[in-house]
Design a protein around this ligand. Structure first.
Ligand SMILES: N[C@@H](CCC(=O)N[C@@H](CS)C(=O)NCC(=O)O)C(=O)O
Length: 303
């Protein structure tokens, strides 16, 4: 029986494109199902009831969510060009960088550009936070992991730190002590490195400096490796995870009139972004530039 592969996606999303790139690299044919994120389909809510987000991959009726998890699944199921290295250590290093991009780079970049999305978004966020609040109450532990921090705590670092910063900038307080007592306590317990602490007295310039710092780490990584891609001569997991930086960021920069990735400052990232966005498996699925520019001008552009 032939594989049935469906992708629930969203034309403007860089997370969705990660999955499309992985499918393309493996040469997998799939049905592309566009979601209207303001009116999510019953299928999306059924297949991703926890996050209610795209991308969701449906493989022979079985749903998989979260872009990086989906990519690893694709790599496990379909042979051909490997997306993750085979060597366990190299594999761990690739995962480390993918995680670095998701957990540090992306929030830092979004922090520069994001705007308040209104009451609806706030209600939805509270719904998610309530799930975590309940989890902490039921367990009665200091951390999600018990007495010590575990993967869940680390994965939730956005809530422990970035959310507070965003709350301060937007003056919209989500995690109030009376509403989320356990989460507040947990966030206070959670290890916040000094560098992040320094940032909580925010300001746009500082957000840009922080984002530049994260980009500099990637710049150095490319310079040290001296290869075309993070994955070496071919695109790998890290390149796919960084697709936002290769394509979307430049368009948002143009729309918002804020240039982060300057060629003289980040020559390697600039070169990598060009190589990545122009490689055949990627080029063919990227949303048209003009369309995205209009989309982001409406979102981030100065009136
Ligand atoms: N961590 C998720 C992020 C996915 C994500 O943020 N998807 C956005 C579209 S780009 C979404 O579905 N947003 C709808 C919502 O937040 O309700 C992943 O890596 O797949």
């Amino acid at each position: 029986m032939a594989d049935e592969v469906k992708l629930y996606g969203y034309a403007e999303g860089s997370y969705v494109c990660r999955v499309k790139i992985a499918l393309n690299l493996k040469g997998i044919k799939y049905d592309n199902l566009e979601e209207d994120l303001s009116n999510k389909s019953a299928d999306l809510l059924k297949y991703n009831p926890v996050h209610k987000k795209v991308p969701v991959l449906l493989h022979n009726g079985k749903p998989i969510s979260e872009s990086l998890v989906i990519i690893e699944y694709i790599d496990d199921v379909w042979k051909g060009i490997p997306i993750l290295p085979q060597d366990p250590y190299e594999k761990a290093v690739a995962r480390f960088w993918a995680k670095f991009i998701d957990d540090k780079c992306m929030p830092a970049l979004f922090k520069v550009y994001s705007s308040n999305e209104g009451e609806q978004a706030m209600a939805e966020a509270c719904e998610q936070l309530q799930i975590l609040e309940n989890e902490l109450s039921v367990k009665g532990n200091k951390f999600f992991g018990g007495d010590n921090i575990n993967l869940v705590d680390i994965t939730a670092d956005f809530i422990a730190y970035w959310l507070g910063v965003i709350e301060e900038v937007t003056e919209i307080k989500l995690v109030t002590k009376d509403k989320f007592p356990k989460l507040t306590e947990w966030a206070d317990n959670f290890f916040i490195p000094a560098i992040f602490k320094a940032l909580s007295s925010n300001g746009d310039e500082q957000a840009i400096a922080e984002a530049s710092e994260q980009l500099q780490i990637l710049e150095n990584e490319l310079a040290v490796k001296g290869k075309k891609f993070f994955g070496g001569d071919n695109i790998g997991l890290v390149d796919i995870a960084a697709d936002f930086m290769a394509y979307w960021l430049g368009i948002i920069e143009e729309a918002a009139g804020i240039k982060l990735v300057k060629e003289d400052k980040f020559p390697k990232i600039t070169e990598w972004a060009d190589n990545f966005a122009n490689s055949p498996a990627v080029k063919e699925i990227l949303p048209p530039r003009e369309h995205l520019l209009g989309f982001f001008k409406a979102k981030y552009g100065k009136a």
